[in-house]
Design a protein around this ligand. Sequence first.
Ligand code: HEM
Length: 455
Amino acid sequence: MTATQDTLATKAMKVSWRDSQALSSDRIGWMIRSATQQGVSHFKVLWFDIFFIADPDVIRELLVKRPHLLHRDPFTTNVLRRIMGNGVFIAEDEAWQRQRKLVAPAFHAMRIRAYAETMAAYTREMVGRWQDRQTVALDKELTQLTLRIIAKTMFNVDLLPEAERIGRLMQDLLETGEQQLDAAYPPPNWVPTPTNRRQNAALRELHELIRGIIRERKARGGDEGDLLSMLLLARDDEGRPMSEGQVIDECVTLLTAGHETTAVALMWTWLLLGQYPDVARQLEAEVDGVLAGRPVTFERLAEMPITESVVKETLRLYPPAFSFGRAPQEDIAFTAEGGDYFFRKGASLIVSTIAMHRLPEYYPEPEAFRPERWAAGAPQPPKYAYLPFGGGPRVCLGNLFAMMEAQVILATMAQHVRLSSVAAALPEWSPLITLRPKGVVEMRVVPLAAGPTEV
Ligand code: HEM
């Protein structure tokens, strides 16, 4: 028998009209407050059912046990599809399975460890450009850095003009995407609004650029060790390669998903270190002790637990993907630890990652930046109470890449400079596609006395 709302209680807190007003003016603050009252909150806008979920058991029931009954939420997908086409982020069901299988090998640990060197070298170049006491816009610097890294690891291009062109186009895509997400119902992309025109032009130029890189690559043949080679060499179960259009969509998907998130995580890391100088000094001590002037490598990261904990704690307090949505493709009913749940087909289920990451039952003193929570031997939260990279079969494809990248960049920066925040307090957050800090992140550069020696 299929369960219905009459046969099962919906174990979710109903939200009042006043709450829904608070939700629209301060979405994240509201998500955090409501999660501390109950793990699942429910409200209706006209005939839409919207659920905010910050309960690890319910999340496991949905994302891990019933992923086949869920699609991504249509609001975000409709906007992101314009940019990412039918790449693995957007595809559903069999098309998703096929693409995920084809793209995943590009992110195997053995493959990506070779990228650590590029990540460290580009970071050294960035800090090498900075002058003593200079004030830098860290948000721009880190976005440019992660973009150069993904462009190099993706296409093996390190020519600055080419990477800069990709950077400019990605910026056009992200900014227009954010404008579209901000408008509840953005006009379809064939309507010639200024936003659509800018987005369509950027997409045309980016596709053309990638098509050129693919053609050159195919003419040369072979494996150049980058993500593009893996995409071109990938074969499905019937031995078929991806079409050129599909490779282009995957390239744009990985460029989009693969740089802004990591840059945002690092912006918050440095902002938090400014507020917690003791942690900053512990990080410097670890970096100096382990590296002793040598560059960061994949192998050396294993000896740097504080660096890893600092990144993990930042991703807890400021997860760049602060929430993500799903839409049930049929009615879903189950009993979890907290009670019986019912989610109707077509409802909007929003996993409130940031709210769950601040629940005091899993994270004592949740507002405090305490990397030692993640130290070996410290009590760990339940598995699905920490979700910076999502969970279940759609977990972030780039999570190993991103964790390695964030640690390599952070350790390399900490090896060369100290940064002091120009603003006294932490900035507000600006939640759009990712959880960016509001405004420009201005930092003053304080070089360390002894520069490292290269080995
Ligand atoms: C700190 C950095 C990153 C964070 C916080 C992050 C977070 C996430 C999250 C939460 C999801 C799941 C969304 C959902 O289930 O709806 C996701 C999916 C994804 N991420 Fe990441 N990500 C990061 C970096 C990267 C990088 C570096 C890449 C690639 C180079 C990447 C590629 C992807 C892809 C392709 C998916 C879609 C997977 C699928 O649907 O099968 N991400 N990411």
